[in-house]
Design a protein around this ligand. Structure first.
Ligand SMILES: Nc1ncnc2c1ncn2[C@@H]1O[C@H](COP(=O)(O)OP(=O)(O)OP(=O)(O)O)[C@@H](O)[C@H]1O
Ligand SMILES: [Mg+2]
Length: 263
């Protein structure tokens, strides 16, 4: 087993409001990088509402909660899929009430285990600002913020970023615009958000890329396959390849962990 302990990086994906495309982006960035030969994992920490497994048509596996309840070993939670290794925190909504400190400790151990054999570890976070989001922000080397062109989505994510920047002023955020109808719109959504961040937080958030709104995204989700398996050479596929490229670029540029102290 190759030890990536010192080279593996953790990428977190968050949003203020739900349903903006976090899971679609996570699954497809992970699948794209894996197709390029990288060792990739996803940790799905959307407690009880996990849907990465469903998005790639994989059955239920042992979850982190199963391991915590001694129903499985740590290694049993690492689900091998044709695209990437998947760890699901929980697939039962009732687990929302579990002791979050114990769960965070368990997830830290999952990360350590994944780091032994993966270069890229993505975290698919729930929407909003719950304890799993803060764990993910803390665990990650950087966080991608998914923006869509809706005032509530922008104001929700702004509040979350503002909170994080109060604790960790140099926190590495990057912006992705999803579901834009025209490239100019992607740019103006990003510009609007960045202007608020610059004006009120003196923080400039880099633009990582965007994904257009496209019916074929829904087709891929309905067919439960990564987008590239639709075998389309189109603007969505180009956008995903570009995002994967930009992600890899950030990762090679990261020298050392910033001490973020979010949790
Ligand atoms: N680029 C896109 N074009 C068209 N539809 C999209 C696009 N991205 C996402 N969607 C639609 O939005 C839905 C929600 O996407 P997804 O589940 O990835 O969001 P999410 O942010 O992870 O949601 P949650 O907050 O509930 O976890 C998808 O099922 C799909 O129908
Ligand atoms: Mg999701």
């Amino acid at each position: 087993m190759k030890d990536f302990q010192h080279s593996s990086r953790i990428i977190n994906i968050i949003s203020g409001k739900g349903g903006v495309g976090k899971s679609f982006i996570t699954v497809n960035l992970a699948a794209e990088l894996s197709k390029q030969g990288k060792k990739v994992a996803i940790i799905d920490v959307d407690m009880g509402l996990s849907n990465v497994a469903t998005m790639i048509n994989e059955g239920a596996a042992n979850t982190v909660i199963d391991w915590m309840k001694n129903r499985a070993d740590l290694l049993d939670t690492l689900q091998k899929t044709p695209f990437f290794t998947l760890v699901t925190a929980s697939n039962n909504f009732q687990h929302k009430n579990i002791d979050h400190h114990l769960l965070m400790d368990a997830l830290d151990q999952v990360v350590q285990e994944l780091k032994l054999s993966h270069e890229y570890i993505f975290i698919d976070s729930p929407a909003g600002a719950g304890s799993m989001v803060f764990w993910a922000l803390d665990a990650a080397d950087f966080t991608n913020v998914v923006l869509i062109d809706e005032p509530t989505a922008i104001s929700d994510i702004y509040k979350l970023c503002k909170y994080v920047l109060q604790v960790s002023p140099n926190y590495p955020f990057y912006a992705i615009v999803n579901m834009y109808d025209h490239i100019d719109k992607a740019r103006s959504t990003y510009d609007g958000f960045n202007e608020i961040m610059e004006t009120f937080q003196q923080y400039s958030i880099p633009f990582l890329g965007g994904i257009p709104r496209d019916q074929k995204v829904i087709e891929a989700i309905q067919q439960q396959i990564p987008y590239y398996q639709l075998k389309q050479t189109d603007q969505v596929q180009d956008a995903l390849i570009n995002l994967a490229f930009e992600t890899a670029k950030i990762i090679t540029s990261i020298q050392s962990n910033v001490n973020k102290n979010i949790v």
